[in-house]
Ligand binder design. Sequence first.
Ligand code: BG6
Length: 507
Amino acid sequence: MTPASPPDDNPLGEGLDQLPPPSSVLVIFGGTGNLSKLKLLPALYNLAHDGALPERFGLVAVAMDDLTDEQYRELVREAVTRNSRRPCDELVLETFLSTISFVSGGFEEDAAYAELAPRLKALDDRAGQRLNRIFYLSTAPRFFGTIIEQLGVHGLSDRSGSDVRVIVEKPFGTTKAEALALNARILKVLREEQVYRIDHYLGKETVQNLLALRFANGLFEPIWNRNHIQSVQITAGESVGVGGRAGYYDTSGALRDLVQNHLLQLLCNLAMEPPTTFTADDIRTEKVKVLRAITPIDPDRIEEIAVRGRYGPGSIGGEEVRGYLEEPDVPETSTTETFVALRLEVDTWRWAGVPFYIRTGKRISRKLTEIAVTLKPVPHNAFDGAVVEPNQIVFSIQPDEHVSIKLAAKVPGSGMNLRPVTMDFSYGTAFLSASPEAYERLITDAMRGDATLFTRADEVEAQWTVMDPILTAWGRSSAPPDEYPAGSSGPRTARRILLPGDRWRAI
Ligand code: BG6
């Protein structure tokens, strides 16, 4: 697709491959859903704005709603106008809308696929070539297996002369057994290299930057091990509550919603060994090794390493908010956690004995995603009486993208007084540009056939191996999660799992 206006002069793009992805059609199952409206459609618009969509491109949305092409384009116009990260350019939007059509139908019904097939064929004919096909499953998870089987039945899952790929949204199962069963079902129809299990945290710039900082600098790797690192702390606090998503969230909880996928990915990027090359399989193999090295959790000793919490009423930013149990559609008897704190250990030569703390919660005082690496204290304090705080390297992922290093420095003046100071690298300041949204990067990668930032079958299974014992232990207990007031930093009991000398960072 040719951009209607020149792409932004984006310094982040310097040196990157600017060729658009191969000509493709993207089919979004669940094209009228929340994720589509909030993230996917705005991401596609922004790609169009940057001239980053394929030269020949078509978007087909499939959903149960009874809409015409024109009505669906109106829905897209509204979603993009409301949620795009940059103001809409009318010309770009019109050109983008002209690539879109809509198929109405149930995901389990043959009719939708019978209508889809000729639509895709017509797009090929118009383009004068066999377009690559990317199917994006942005539906309730119970449809993932069915849609892929239907693609197989209707001859849409493979095709000579073009590539067919399927992007599968989260959650990928709710236990290891379910993830295994879903993988088996999918891999009866598709080859693993066609499957793109999405984790949008991997598309975030600072998450990728973690690998750049670690493996493109000589500064960090020599200290990146148990000899120098005291602890690692990964925090993902959110000020939002469950909003209108209680139907999903109450069956999921914070562990499945954020820890199993996003936070384990952060842990892997921080802890993995240097891959031989930056190819999808080398990187994913290293991540799987980290997951397999996490010390298995004993459900009988869960209290020592895990805390679950649930927000009660409180106030955030001066606004009174209700507790989780008062949220619409949450059952009175719910024991679902909205907060999790864990202490994990990666039992390898590099990491043995280093605690990896993970913490996430809804209705925390503010949105904050970061990884803090605390170094061991200096072996000898020569500064008579002065408190020397250990160095800390903090990767801030949200809301600001920056990396800071906490150092001890002398306070100016007489005497030798010390104070912590920080050295900062801020993305916005260094590159003078807002980072693209994670979904922009990931959709482009899928169109290019680069699976590096997607989760492999064995990786998702290994993630569930870590989570299953925690779910088992919590499933056995009838005790409710520990309550914390909305607007706080979580339940006080989160301290229970800290090793002596460690403390949670302020949120
Ligand atoms: C999603 C979860 O995967 O990630 C949500 O389902 C959560 O509950 C969201 O709010 C957080 O993503 P981000 O990019 O806003 O940190």
